[in-house]
Structures are given as C-alpha cells and as structure tokens.
Design a binder for this molecule. Structure first.
Ligand SMILES: NC(=O)c1ccc[n+]([C@@H]2O[C@H](COP(=O)([O-])OP(=O)(O)OC[C@H]3O[C@@H](n4cnc5c(N)ncnc54)[C@H](O)[C@@H]3O)[C@@H](O)[C@H]2O)c1
Length: 331
C-alpha cells in the first residue's frame, strides 16, 4: 500500500515514517522543512534500511500535491504549525497553514480520487471546563487559534465523510514526548516550550533552572497533572487507525495513556534518567493552565485494540539520550 505522510520530516512524522517503512509500506513524504529537517529523513532511512520518496514543498501547492498523491491510497496529514503561544500572537499564520493548507490538500485528494485520511488533531480542542478524564464526546472549546484550527480541520473531515463517503480518522494527541531509543530521531527544537525538553535544558545547563508554574493546585503534590504519551506509541496509533478507515465515516479517537503524571513526577524521572537532580525554581501558576488534563483512552482500545506500551521512564530516558546526542537538534 502506498501512503503519503505530510510533515514526515517533523518530530511525530519521522517516527511515523519509521513505523510505516518497518511495516512494509511504500511511503511518500511531503515536507517544506519549515520546521522539519532533511537529516531526519536520512536517519529514518538508516534505521529502517529502506527509503521513502520525498516531495519537497508546501501542502498548499495543489498541483504539487496531485503529483505527490499519484498511486496513494491513504494520507497521514501531520503538516501544520503547532505552537499555542505563537498562534495567539500570529493567528493568521495558523489559519493559512493549518486550515488553508489542509483545504488545498483535501482538494488535491479529491482531484486524484484518494478519500482516506488520518489527521493529527489535539487535546487542545477540548473545553477547559470539561470534566476529567476527557472522552471524545466531552465539550470542545479551544482556547487558542491553534486549537481552533485543529477542531475546524476535524469539521472539514466530518463534512467530507458525511457528504462524499470519505473515510477519515482524527487522532486527538495528548502530550507526545520521548524519542527513538537510539537517539537518532527526536524533536528538533532549540527553544522548546514543553515541560520535558525544558527540564532537559535545565539538566544540561542550557537553562539555569526549570520553572515549575504552580505548586498549589488541588493535586497530590500541588503541581499540574498531564497525560504524556511516548512518540513511538503515538506513531503506532496511526497504524491502528488504518483499521478504522475500512468503514466510511469520520472517526475521532483520543490518543493518550489515561495515566497522568505531575510536573514533579516528570522532573524526578528526568533527574533519574540523567543521574542528577534537576535545578528547579517554583513560580506562580500561569494564566490558562489547567490543573489536570487526562485522556479517557478506552474508545481507541475497545474499537481498535490500541494500548500505549511505554511508561514515563521510557519517555524521558529516550528524550535525554536524544538531547545529549543532538545538542541543537539536527543542526
Ligand atoms: N508535538 C505535539 O505536542 C503535538 C500535540 C498535538 C498535536 N500535534 C500535531 O501533530 C502534528 C505533527 O506535530 P510535530 O510535533 O511532529 O510538529 P513538527 O513541527 O515537528 O512537524 C510538522 C512538520 O510539518 C512540516 N510542515 C509544516 N507546514 C507545512 C506545509 N505547509 N507544507 C509542508 N510541510 C509543512 C514541517 O516542516 C514539519 O516537518 C501537527 O499537526 C501538530 O499540530 C502535535
């Protein structure tokens, strides 16, 4: 089966590409390298022992996408901008790339008769007042332009499924962390905003200390709780999603573990991986941060048999290896 991965040179896309090649898929990657890196593709090739076909360019280029889609049965659509804070500062960029780009991709797919798509959505679509754990039917009310574009992307797929018989899966990722255990592929970022890479920066001296925002939440240790998923489990989730594409319709699944970890637990795990304590400073809560955000992952398990395998120590030890072996990312 020939599949196409948009954003295949990115963090999650490179791990998905490795899984797909390992399962014998013939894969086309489309990436404009706005955030991904060509070295990620070369390293996936080394790890997999086989190559993908790269089409370098923007998903908004419909003619290019029609060319890339030749013979493609299924699209994994990951290409997007992903920073919640940047989306608040520059919402138009997010509307243009995440929605405009996706609309162009859907046009190119229709033009060539490809109607099967797995889409990267996000837990950012949920309402902050929804009760925990979050199920797929929980209220949605994105708090950022980024989250809004993800929800609108789902809405486009729901229309195409209903009106034109497309098969679509929206995967609502919780917090992807970790890297390939070899340390060869990982998240290519030098200015991370997420907890695990920032903790690793504090461990490696790139930050004087990690700021823990909020130590007085109503949680067991006073810090916020989140559902983290290993990026390799997340990549595997996309292969499980292929089974849902057998029936037309728009299928929505949470991809989390259902287990939450506190900020302090994550920080301690990073310290264990590095063999030394993390320098931390305690700071006030940040506006908009929820005390708890955790998935109810049962629908994905019950319908498609997907269960995450890796625990927090696996996540942070692989991330630490990547961070040590690749200071500055792919360069
Ligand atoms: N990483 C997370 O925490 C997280 C959480 C929830 C959802 N997601 C979603 O998962 C997807 C992948 O995220 P990631 O962490 O791998 O991000 P990433 O930035 O590492 O990867 C995205 C890739 O898409 C490419 N890209 C962006 N716009 C493009 C365009 N117009 N044309 C072609 N290529 C383009 C980038 O160069 C990059 O390689 C995104 O859709 C993101 O919104 C990520």
């Amino acid at each position: 089966m020939r599949t196409l991965v948009t954003g295949g040179a990115g963090y999650i896309g490179s791990h998905l590409l490795l899984e797909l090649l390992g399962q014998g898929h013939d894969v086309v990657v489309v990436d404009d390298f706005s955030n991904g890196h060509p070295l990620a593709l070369r390293r996936v090739q080394e790890l997999a022992g086989k190559d993908s076909h790269l089409v370098e360019g923007d998903i908004a280029d419909t003619a290019l996408m029609r060319h890339a889609l030749k013979g493609v049965d299924t699209v994994f659509h990951l290409a997007a901008y992903k920073s919640t804070s940047e989306s608040l500062a520059h919402p138009q960029r997010y509307f243009r790339n995440n929605l405009g780009g996706m609309a162009s991709l859907l046009q190119a797919m229709a033009d060539v008769g490809c109607r099967r798509i797995v889409y990267s959505s996000s837990a950012a679509v949920y309402s902050p007042s929804a009760s925990m754990p979050l199920a797929e039917g929980s209220d949605t009310r994105p708090q950022t332009p980024y989250g809004w574009t993800k929800l609108q992307g789902e809405a486009m797929l729901a229309w195409l499924a209903e009106q034109q018989g497309w098969s679509a899966v929206s995967l609502r990722y919780f917090n992807p962390v970790g890297a390939h255990p070899t340390g060869r592929i990982g998240e290519n970022t030098t200015k991370p905003s997420n907890l695990v890479p920032r903790t690793l920066m504090a461990l490696s001296g790139d930050l004087p200390a990690l700021s823990i925002f909020g130590t007085d939440y109503d949680t067991p240790d006073g810090t916020a709780l989140r559902d983290y998923i290993h990026v390799i489990d997340l990549a595997r989730a996309h292969l499980a999603a292929l089974r849902a594409l057998k029936s037309p319709g728009h299928h929505v699944y949470n991809v989390g573990t259902g287990r939450s970890y506190s900020v302090r637990e994550v920080v301690d795990a990073c310290g264990r991986a590095a063999g030394r304590p993390v320098p931390v400073v305690e700071a006030d809560r940040r506006a908009g941060d929820m005390p708890v955000c955790v998935a109810d992952p049962r629908l994905f398990l019950d319908e498609l048999g997907f269960r995450a395998r890796f625990d927090l120590d696996d996540m942070v030890s692989s991330a630490w290896r990547w961070w040590q072996d690749n200071p500055g990312g792919y360069g």
